[in-house]
Design a protein around this ligand. Structure first.
Ligand code: SAM
Length: 276
């Protein structure tokens, strides 16, 4: 039975994707969860009717959230992922010689459904001995922990439900406290076309808390409007200052399909209307 999933982003715009069947549908304590099969994107994870990740293009988003900071930080040993219950970002982090990754996901159902129905996205990431999976609210964790991290990756839903707190200045300030002196935080900051206010808000929060803050972009077909943003706050290292040869050196043992040395400077090149 063919139907269309309509992913509404911001006021007045939606992107519809045809689906052939729904593999899973349920409601957790936090959100409506679906796994659908699309002729264009393969299996897709959908939360509260928003496409989160798809088999066909998940590598773009997960590579672009994880690698720019992990390549720009000289020695990322301890990494924290907030959200990311589908395991895609985790799989990318584990490609680096990190010592330990903590993933804090509020919804256990997302992890269980992803591991069962989306193995091409999470692979065996959750089974890696370096991983600690915590089912918890990300903002509660960063407020409570006494641990320090080199890189924090915020792989959250858009600001609705439990995701709202992960776009607050208080959350980013708490991230700053649990980052080391050279720490970097990267957050998915929405569509820089249809959610420009959100992208701007994240960048303003990070600019007020970190000496360096910048937005970068990637083209993610399954996301409404395709052009998506990430925003980085950094205590010392500027990802824009990294020469391609150094990126190539740090990517030598990391296999990627979208993020490549020549894509790095391009990602940080934005039209003035966005990077104001
Ligand atoms: N790639 C997706 C995107 O850009 O929209 C995000 C994928 S991941 C599935 C988003 C995850 O964030 C969800 O599993 C959701 O449960 C989780 N999440 C939302 N709010 C959270 C919070 N306060 N603490 C921890 N995880 C949270």
């Amino acid at each position: 039975m063919t139907q269309w999933i309509s992913d509404v982003v911001g006021p007045g715009y939606a992107q519809s994707i045809q689906v052939e069947s729904i593999l899973y549908e349920g409601r957790s304590a936090f959100q409506h969860i679906q796994v659908a099969i699309s002729p264009m994107f393969g299996r897709m994870l959908i939360l509260d009717h928003a496409v989160q990740t798809t088999e066909v293009d998940e590598f773009i988003y997960h590579e672009m959230l994880a690698h720019p900071a992990l390549v720009s930080h000289p020695h990322p040993r301890r990494v924290l992922v907030i959200g990311g219950g589908d395991g895609g970002t985790l799989e990318e982090v584990l490609k680096h010689a990190v010592e330990h990754v903590t993933l804090v996901e509020i919804d256990r159902d997302v992890v269980e459904v992803s591991r069962a129905l989306l193995p091409s996205i999470c692979g065996r990431a959750f089974d890696d001995g370096r991983v600690r999976l915590l089912i918890d609210d990300g903002i509660a964790f960063v407020r409570r922990t006494h641990e320090k991290f080199d890189v924090i990756l915020v792989d959250s839903t858009d600001p609705k439900g439990p995701g709202v707190a992960l776009f607050s200045e208080a959350f980013y300030a708490a991230c700053g406290r649990v980052l080391t002196d050279e720490g970097m935080v990267v957050a998915q900051s929405g569509s820089y076309i249809f959610q420009r206010g959100l992208t701007k808000l994240v960048r303003e929060h990070l600019r007020s808390l970190f000496p360096l803050a910048m937005t970068y972009w990637a083209a993610i077909p399954a996301y409404p409007g395709v052009l998506w943003s990430f925003t980085c706050g950094s205590k010392r290292h500027d990802p824009r200052a990294l020469p391609p040869e150094q990126i190539a050196g740090r990517l030598k043992s990391v296999s990627t399909r979208y993020y490549q040395p020549h894509m790095h400077p391009m990602a940080f090149t934005l039209p003035p209307l966005i990077d104001g």
